[in-house]
Design a protein around this ligand. Structure first.
Ligand code: HEC
Length: 382
């Protein structure tokens, strides 16, 4: 099992001077507004979620309306969606500005902080790796052929707009200061192709985390660059028994309180991240969006959400489906368990060690019967 990093991120946030950007050009009134109720299928976790292996909830599409629906990472700044809601592109200046303003308003103690006026320069995509602390980037990037990788240097990431958070017990016990780049800011600095709607983070041990754009815009995950002023070349920080580097992506319930309600939030807190892929969910998970899964029952569709947000961190799906390689179990085997012995399947998902003491799979104890039934509906749909 992947070791867990510390407890809940109780953060205090300090902004470093951010590079100037132009003033907002359209309303930002609804962005970052009050949290919507979580949808009923998800149990609510306690306020303290540990870093890894912690049960995690589904992505709640309905809750995204409050932020404005985000259709494409790269599209025009803002447009009317067919549902009449104002839709904003992720990279749209106004959306970035709205988020920045909300973020500043919500998290800084200095109300006079005035945002600056120029966007940061785009990141340089290096063709060759220069060190073990480079972050590999793949996927739909302008000018990068499919299957090719590029590399981002830590020092260049560190030069992006950063935020300092004071976290409690996150990596080491007690209070610690971490310097982070919001994933959204990182993406703004990359030449993303149209159609990208997710970031897939892959770790050195084959674990993976999936960040749909809706998750990114709502829950504000970030890349950790320094812990107590030390970069990954001097990790682990004193007090942490394993090296979480080269990169950690995580979320903070202090930054966005709603993350505390994510049951499997641990699957959005990968350590050992070496690569991010700019991806399209429907392409990366086309195996479970096509064939028998092209028109899923409502239950199977709900199960697909769980699969993508939780199971895919370790399990690859049917051919054409992204997933981590940690589990090393073919999708067919998982599906066979679901079909032939649902009781075993449910018990295994909730508490693998209760059935197989040597099991490596993390327990997912908060899944309700109804949720596990949706997973079974997904797995038995073919
Ligand atoms: C942290 C990694 C991880 C995650 C996340 C994960 N699994 Fe697993 N899973 C494993 C590993 C590793 C095995 C192989 C047996 C073991 O060591 O537990 C496994 C085995 C299984 C098995 C038993 C198959 C067998 O051959 O023993 C089932 C069923 C299963 N997983 C279903 C799921 C479902 C459904 C989800 C999502 C809710 C999920 N897993 C999420 C790592 C994971």
């Amino acid at each position: 099992m992947r070791p867990r990093l510390g407890g809940d991120a109780n953060a205090r946030i300090h902004h470093q001077a951010r590079p100037p950007e132009p003033p907002p050009s359209c309303d930002s009134g609804t962005d970052g507004g009050p949290e919507m109720a979580e949808n009923g299928i998800n149990a609510v976790a306690g306020p303290h979620s540990s870093y890894l292996g912690q049960p995690r909830g589904l992505l709640k599409e309905t809750s995204l309306n409050i932020l404005g629906r985000v259709d494409d990472l790269r599209g025009p700044g803002s447009q009317r969606g067919s549902n009449g809601l104002l839709t904003r592109s992720w990279t749209g200046r106004s959306a970035a500005w709205a988020l920045l303003l909300v973020f500043v308003a919500a998290t800084t103690a200095s109300p006079g902080a005035s945002p600056a006026l120029n966007a940061p320069p785009p990141l340089v995509l290096h063709r060759e790796r220069s060190s073990a602390f480079d972050l590999e980037v793949t996927g739909s990037l302008t000018g990068v052929a499919a299957g090719e990788a590029r590399y981002l240097k830590w020092s260049e990431l560190r030069a992006l707009p950063t935020t300092r958070l004071n976290l409690e017990g996150e990596f080491v016990s007690g209070s610690q200061e971490v310097t982070v780049v919001l994933l959204a800011d990182l993406l703004h600095a990359l030449p993303i192709e149209p159609g990208v709607d997710a970031v897939l983070a892959t770790c050195s041990d084959g674990y993976a985390s999936i960040y749909p754009e809706s998750f990114i815009s709502r829950y504000r995950p970030f890349l950790v660059l320094e812990i107590n002023g030390r970069g990954p070349d001097s990790w682990p920080p004193p007090g942490l028994k394993f090296n979480p580097g080269p990169y950690v992506i995580t979320v903070s319930s202090e930054l966005i309180p709603a993350v505390a309600q994510f049951r499997d939030i641990g699957h959005k807190k990968p350590w050992g991240v070496t690569r991010i892929e700019l991806a399209s969910l429907s392409r990366s998970f086309r195996g479970i969006f096509s064939g028998p899964w092209a028109h899923p029952s409502p239950a199977a569709a709900a199960g697909r959400e769980i699969w993508i947000h939780s199971c895919a961190s370790c399990h690859a799906g049917p051919p054409g489906t992204f997933g981590g390689s940690k589990a090393g179990r073919p999708f067919g085997v998982i599906a066979a368990y679901a079909a032939s012995n649902p009781a075993f399947f449910k018990k295994y998902v909730r508490d693998p060690k209760s059935l197989v003491p040597s099991a490596q799979m993390e327990a997912h104890p908060r899944y309700t019967d109804a949720e596990l039934d949706t997973l079974i509906a997904l797995l038995t749909a073919h």
